[in-house]
Design a protein around this ligand. Structure first.
Ligand SMILES: Cc1cc2nc3c(=O)[nH]c(=O)nc-3n(C[C@H](O)[C@H](O)[C@H](O)COP(=O)(O)OP(=O)(O)OC[C@H]3O[C@@H](n4cnc5c(N)ncnc54)[C@H](O)[C@@H]3O)c2cc1C
Length: 429
């Protein structure tokens, strides 16, 4: 049942990792390295720069971690691109595609190292990811991707028959699928909280409620204007992704903000949850209007996510659509209550790839297309190294042509039509 009066319109994750409160510190006059955005990208960049001895100030429009980093599904993926491996090989050649996808694997290795070395308690588990086949015509494409990924990337990824899919999902909804053992799950808000604590311990100043309104460049110096005053910076790195605003119009024209929503069920019998998600793995599917879901870290709830509308709709509309879908996958959950429902914005790009680079003296990373938990931490770290001139910051994604579209200035008016088209293709092939 979905009774909007009983539902908390806030991420389930925030119950265990509440949003930081309190007044921001005084505005400094200058910063060695200024960071815009306090999500995974911004904080990873800040931590790396502070550990290298730089004086770092993070500007955040809302409270720290307000964006996608504390709201996401917590799925950690080793092949985090919207571009399929076969598409990447057709576009970039075999060597280029392998280099690109190895960055995906590197991002997960980086995240695991970060969690372990910084001792961040965030329920990380390398429990894998099951991708369910939603219609027969999707099977051949998935099999081709599995063959290529085994051959080119040596990834532990397998096709799963319909008879065996109960090892990964207690449902007959799908026609089999794929299991990627290298993937995992994490509690994203605890990961964010840990990262924030480590960054502050390393000397980073985090200025909550301090939106950057504009950036001006004079020679090598950048001036960031905020409602609280101006700050001069030697270097600027930007991690605003799906929340990019007009402060940096060049980036706003390149990121497409897409809304994603999640619901959490009320507490269920843990034995039931274990039957539905036996390995604590992430579950997604082959649909264009993808769903992503999992058990909560305490094994008592199901968290069901998706992008039903792609654009911001009232949370109860998206929640209803997700609840309906959950009842199709697991008829036994058709009538369960929902305790939390929330949404957030993620960054898409016109070429279906994340981007990292420098434009007009401003370093940027983003466009993770819904798979940014590992990639944002990785590219945030790399972006800081690049800003400091460290060759270890090099990646296969550096300074690639970053396309926009004529007349696009950050308002994705076309997404409603795209979502309708995706639903049509998912139903009729
Ligand atoms: C509902 C949802 C589910 C998702 N599920 C998954 C998943 O399961 N797996 C996965 O890998 N990825 C997932 N993602 C994507 C992932 O969460 C993001 O890719 C990642 O968190 C991006 O991190 P970020 O630091 O770049 O941006 P964000 O965490 O979005 O942070 C950007 C910050 O910039 C701030 N900001 C913007 N403009 C300004 C300004 N002018 N001045 C100051 N501050 C500013 C914003 O307030 C915001 O806090 C999901 C995203 C959403 C929304």
């Amino acid at each position: 049942m979905l009774d909007p009066k009983k539902v908390k319109n806030a991420p389930f994750w925030w119950d265990e990792a509440p949003r930081p409160t309190g007044q921001p510190p005084e505005l400094p006059k200058e910063a060695d390295i200024a960071v815009i955005g306090s999500g995974f990208t911004g904080l990873s960049a800040a931590l790396t720069a502070a550990r290298a001895g730089r004086q770092v100030t993070v500007f955040e429009a809302e409270e720290p971690g307000h964006g996608a980093s504390s709201r996401n599904g917590g799925g950690v993926g080793a092949a985090p691109f919207k571009l399929k491996y076969s598409e990447a090989e057709a576009k970039l050649g075999r060597e280029g595609a392998v280099r690109l996808f190895k960055e995906g694997i590197a991002s997960i290795t980086h995240l695991e190292h970060l969690i372990e070395s910084e001792q961040i308690r965030c329920h990380y588990k390398r429990s894998g990811r099951f991708t369910g086949i939603h219609r027969a015509s999707a099977e051949a494409g998935l099999r081709k991707e599995v063959d290529l990924m085994q051959d080119r990337l040596d990834l532990d990824v397998q096709m799963v028959s319909r008879a065996d899919q109960h090892e990964h999902i207690g449902s007959d909804y799908y026609l089999g699928g794929r299991f990627n053992a290298r993937d995992g799950v994490v509690h994203p808000a605890l990961l964010h909280q840990g990262l924030l604590e480590r960054a502050e311990q390393a000397g980073v100043t985090v200025l909550a409620h301090t939106p950057v309104q504009s950036v001006k460049r004079e020679g090598a110096t950048l001036t960031l204007q905020t409602p609280r005053g101006a700050v001069k910076a030697n270097k600027l790195v930007v991690g605003t992704n799906g929340y990019t605003s007009g402060a940096i119009p060049w980036l706003e024209r390149r990121f497409i903000p897409v809304t994603s929503n999640i619901i959490a069920t009320e507490e269920l019998d843990p034995a039931l949850v274990r039957r539905l998600v036996p390995k604590d793995n992430m579950i997604i599917d082959t649909k264009r209007t993808v769903h992503y879901y999992r058990a909560s870290p305490d094994g008592k709830r199901i968290l069901m996510g998706g992008r039903p509308a792609m654009r911001e709709a009232h949370w109860s509309v998206s929640a209803r659509m997700l609840h309906d879908f959950m009842g199709k996958v697991w008829p036994e959950l058709k009538d369960v209550d929902i305790s939390h429902a929330w949404g957030g914005s993620l960054g898409f790009t016109f070429d279906k790839l994340p981007h990292i680079g420098e434009h007009d003296g401003i370093h940027y990373a983003g466009g993770y297309l819904g798979s940014g938990v590992a990639m944002s931490n990785y590219l945030g770290h790399k972006m800081a190294l690049q800003a400091m001139g460290d060759p270890a910051g090099e990646t296969a994604l550096d300074n690639r042509n970053f396309p926009t579209m004529p007349f696009y200035s950050g308002n994705p008016w076309f997404l409603t039509a795209v979502a309708a088209y995706y639903r049509f293709r998912d139903t009729y092939g």
